[in-house]
Design a protein around this ligand. Structure first.
Ligand SMILES: [Zn+2]
Length: 296
């Protein structure tokens, strides 16, 4: 009798805690994001309810991407599509139309105040963490709209992630405080850090425009070298998506040092230093501090 009770207890324990067989799992919601940073946001919120694919993967350049037939295939079976907007992915609208995709499209920058530059609208809004929190709110609304039964799950994950973003922004500000104000200058290849600079009090200079499509002219490069010398900027930075040679030449000719690699428009591989958006923001601020406040 006692053995029987024990057996029943043991069995009910096993049933309660054993994972469900694979066939009983509900299929994950297919989500397609235009590039790796948006894909990370969607994964953070969607957890194991979603299967997220990034069209432009780690270290890829979203500005000059050439879509493949496999990308159209992914879009045609997606239940939700996430894009940045602000003219970042010029190739995306045509690709969505050509794929016959019917999924709703979340424009993750909806509600963000765009930065206007001399060369048009700056699409790199994710480089401000306050903006990233708006991205998350937009993607959360998109996920709930296509999968309302999992709304509570998505909301709980988004809330946790939002708190992690808030904590990351506090870390970033605390690290910046250790960099002397006159050294708070970011010099990189293309105009990717305008929102970052505006949010966190940096001066930002890049020879190339908002897109990596056009090469800077010899005159622009010469003007930048003169400016670095004049302002005694201590360092220039490489970008994970850009050819390092331009900045190496500028460093050599201006006397500034190479201050490490910043992640601008895409994440690293999963085993790299910027596998997620939060890891990317932490990596970038540590690289900035190492080069601009070396004594700290
Ligand atoms: Zn860019």
């Amino acid at each position: 009798m006692r053995l029987q009770i024990r057996l029943v207890l043991a069995l009910s324990f096993v049933l309660a805690f054993a994972p469900l067989p694979a066939s009983a799992e509900t299929p994950r919601l297919p989500v397609v994001a235009s590039f790796s940073i948006l894909a990370d946001f969607a994964r953070q919120i969607g957890g194991d309810k979603v299967e997220v694919k990034a069209l432009v993967g780690p270290n890829g350049d979203v500005h000059v991407y050439e879509p493949s037939p496999a990308d159209a295939q992914s879009l045609s079976t997606a239940k939700l599509i996430v894009v940045n907007g602000l003219h970042l992915e010029g190739w995306m609208a045509r690709l969505i139309a050509a794929s016959g995709a019917r999924a709703p499209v979340v424009v993750a920058t909806r509600g963000i105040t765009p930065r206007q530059g001399e060369k048009g609208v700056d699409p790199h809004a994710w480089q401000s963490i306050a903006n990233a929190r708006l991205y998350v709110a937009n993607i959360l609304a998109g996920l709930i709209a296509v999968d309302p039964t999992d709304a509570d799950y998505f909301r709980a994950r988004a809330k946790n992630y939002d708190a992690a973003l808030d904590a990351t922004e506090k870390d970033v500000r605390a690290t910046i405080a250790a960099i002397p104000p006159q050294a708070r200058k970011i010099i990189t290849t293309h105009d990717a850090f305008g929102y970052f600079a505006a949010a966190y009090g940096f001066e930002f200079i890049a020879p190339q425009g908002f897109s990596t499509e056009s090469e800077p002219s010899a005159r622009q490069v010469a003007a930048l070298i003169a400016q670095i010398r004049r302002e005694r900027a201590p360092a220039v930075f490489l970008e994970n998506i850009s050819d390092p040679r331009l900045m190496e030449r500028i460093a050599q000719e201006s006397g500034a040092k190479i201050g490490g690699e910043l992640f601008s428009d895409s994440l690293s591989q999963p085993n790299g230093p910027a596998a997620t958006y939060i890891a990317m923001m932490k990596h970038n601020i540590i690289e900035l501090k190492k080069a601009l406040a070396p004594s700290n």
